[in-house]
Design a protein around this ligand. Sequence first.
Ligand code: SF4
Length: 404
Amino acid sequence: MRAHEIYIHIPFCVKKCGYCDFLSFPAGRDVQRDYVDALLRQIREYRERSGRRIPVSTVFFGGGTPTVPEAAWTGEILEALREIFAVEPDAEISMESNPGTLTKEKLAAYRSYGVNRLSIGCQSMDDGELERLGRIHTRADFLDSFRMAREAGFDNINIDLMSALPGQTLESWERGLRQVCSLKPEHISAYSLIIEEETPFFDRYAEQEKLRGSGCDLTVDGGELSESDRLPDEETERRMYRRTEEILAASGYVRYEISNYAKIGRECRHNLGYWTLVPYLGFGLGASSYLEKSPDGSRFVRYRTTADLKKYLAGDFVPRDMEQLTLKDRQSEFMILGLRLMQGVSLQEFTEKFGVPMREVYEPAIRKYTAQGLLEICDGRLRLTGDGVSVSNVVMADFLQDSE
Ligand code: SF4
């Protein structure tokens, strides 16, 4: 049987950041323990339902902040996963973390349970920017966490960074990138801030975001916004985006996905699997699963667990929003996720997977964007060009087919 990936959602955070729309919140120790108990029940129930010992190639603890609960509980979760699934001996076991929640003892414990990849949510190397984001940590806390992680033996570390932050300048972004490069992490994720609805940032910045690019004066209640409250203008944001690849490339990081950079061989295996449609099982609050439902791999389903904490703690693990994926859905996902990767999508793999050549399904979009220089075909793969990457959302939208 094909190896699967496992995602474990830990929704707890010390406090909610101003821009965050993830399923995450603070909670006391008792609730956290009840949650881990429910998670263990959900994992065991899955085995009873499926009756199979599925091979697993990656495990990813995401959140929230998986390093908020006691470290020993991560050990219990991994023990249950190894009992129920055939977790491969060289499986990538990743854990998201935030500075301010890591200690020497916790890091040593994660290592002893087999966690072999750590992702640290640094976000910015500027204390003012961190404060405006509502982060719980400073630059010094991040540096401490990174040092402790290395001392604990983590030799595969990702650092998350965010650009286009309120008050951020091109100089502070470049300085932060260089400082992070000097630490030599194996992987860097660099995302732009997105102002999401129903967050405090939406109330504060949505209007400004609409005005950016329109040439209007940015004012609030008739008064000019202070520098530190301004989002960078669109031109600065574009320059940050361009400089990211240049600065990271100069330090030996290869961009392998729109927002992800790694030293050779240090790409995140879990995310690569996600972008190439490897089946995954999600456990925990609101977690999604994507599974093959027929031996020939022609039927796929997607569903999710309840996002209601009360129901989840009461043992409601019933799959929700069950979607049978049509051939068109799968072709669209193959293209849209695959084009996020700099290597693009293989024409031959498309034919093997779907029994029809890619060009037969997508000829108009391929012709249009190759003519515009936004896509190219190289070594049997269709991929975004440098110009295509900066307008990837527009290009990808044309690979979405209406469901049958
Ligand atoms: S630490 Fe991450 S998950 Fe938690 S509130 Fe902040 S952005 Fe959201």
